[in-house]
Design a protein around this ligand. Structure first.
Ligand code: MG
Length: 380
């Protein structure tokens, strides 16, 4: 049964209502047939930052095949998983989808390696890089689409969710984020995103890692108990099926188990906390969205397996080294020669320190564009 239906509480009362937004930075007239969060979702889909996700690495830098995820297809998967969960919990599906589609727009090129290198380059000059805060700058400032204002002029709830979807920020360390109710938890719609992101990439990275032949079936079955149980069930049900189809069935059951557990546990947490309203969700000392302790252990095991055997595998070293070299050398080239930055970025130097301007420029790049710039400025 749908958890929203079997819960003793009305989960819908915990949702952000479509007509309840605290509003936009620049007030706009209501749209004739789209609510505020549907408009925000559409603004994100139509942004340049969203389109660039297509050429940003998720895990594999130079795609071994066209079937592997990039940040755009990963984002679409997270969007779908999030919609399913939000609907089952009677939350606001449009707000959830807008947040899922925006969750990776602040990521630099070359996946995790690119992010690490960019952060290290910033730290060498006394700054640091945070992809959540960068995503906020992109939607607030860098997107230039509307005659009336800078940025996308998103609702408060979407901006708050972009900032707080994966962690809380302290008001003492981040006075510039003061407007985002830092002493409160974000709504459940935002709390879900980091969890669905991880479910999405756990399943996807097992899939792509297997397809790339970096992960073997035997080691996945030995290393990920949840997958192994799914595989054994699939073998029983389909004794004649090809190995790859059994693999797919096992992966499907892993994804389904993680999603179902997240839905049930979040409903149970809300009930245990006696949360009757969005305000109760916000005021609760901990986030209410989460998995059961049992599934949390399965999730940790899956993640540890992926780190050891895939993300840190020798097979991905050359790509990671390349990513690090490209980002670091581009950064240092512009530190030494700010006059080589594009004119529009040189203008930004009037308001921002040089490392921040360089960081903003690099963080917005696709993998291809970063490689081209490196070729033009460093290699030659
Ligand atoms: Mg993600």
């Amino acid at each position: 049964m749908n958890p929203a239906a079997k819960s003793h509480l009305s989960l819908a009362a915990l949702a952000v209502a479509a007509n309840s937004s605290r509003g936009r930075r620049y007030p706009e007239k209501a749209h004739a047939y789209r609510n505020d969060f549907q408009r925000d979702r559409d603004r994100i889909v139509h942004s340049r930052a969203f389109r660039r996700l297509e050429n940003k690495t998720q895990v594999f830098t130079r795609r071994f095949s066209d079937h592997f995820r990039n940040r755009l297809t990963h984002t679409i998967e997270v969007g779908q998983i999030s919609r399913t969960i939000a609907a089952a919990l009677a939350l606001n599906v449009d707000l959830t989808e807008a947040l899922a589609l925006a969750h990776d727009v602040g990521h630099p090129p070359f996946g995790h390696a690119g992010e690490k290198a960019l952060d290290a380059a910033m730290r060498a000059h006394g700054f640091h890089f945070d992809h959540n805060l960068h995503a906020l700058r992109m939607v607030e400032d860098f997107e230039s689409r509307y005659a009336d204002f800078r940025g996308l002029n998103l609702t408060f709830e979407v901006r708050e969710g972009i900032v707080k979807h994966s962690r809380d920020y302290s008001a003492a360390e981040h006075p510039e984020l003061g407007e985002y109710l830092l002493d409160q938890r974000p709504p459940l719609e935002a709390q879900l995103i980091d969890l669905t992101d991880e479910i999405g990439y756990d399943a996807a990275d097992l899939d792509d890692g297997f397809e790339a032949r970096i992960l073997g079936l035997k080691e996945i079955r030995e290393g990920v108990a949840l997958f192994d149980r799914g595989y054994r069930n699939a073998e029983k049900r389909h004794p004649q099926a090809a190995q790859k189809l059994l693999f797919n069935e096992a992966l499907r059951s892993l994804l389904d188990a993680m999603v179902t557990d997240l839905i049930d546990s979040t409903a149970a947490n809300a009930e245990a906390a006696q949360a009757h309203s969005l305000d109760d969700v916000r005021q609760h000392p901990q986030r209410l969205a989460g998995s059961s302790a049992k599934m949390e252990a399965e999730r940790r095991q899956t993640k540890a397996f992926l780190y050891e055997r895939l993300y840190n595998s020798k097979a991905l070293h050359p790509e990671k080294d390349l990513a690090e070299r490209i980002v670091t050398e581009l950064f240092e080239t512009w530190m030494a020669h700010p006059e080589k930055l594009p004119e529009s970025y040189q203008q930004k130097l009037k308001a921002e320190p040089l490392p921040r301007v360089i960081c903003d420029y690099i963080a917005g790049m696709t993998d291809n564009y970063a490689l081209e710039q490196h070729e033009k400025l460093v290699t030659r």
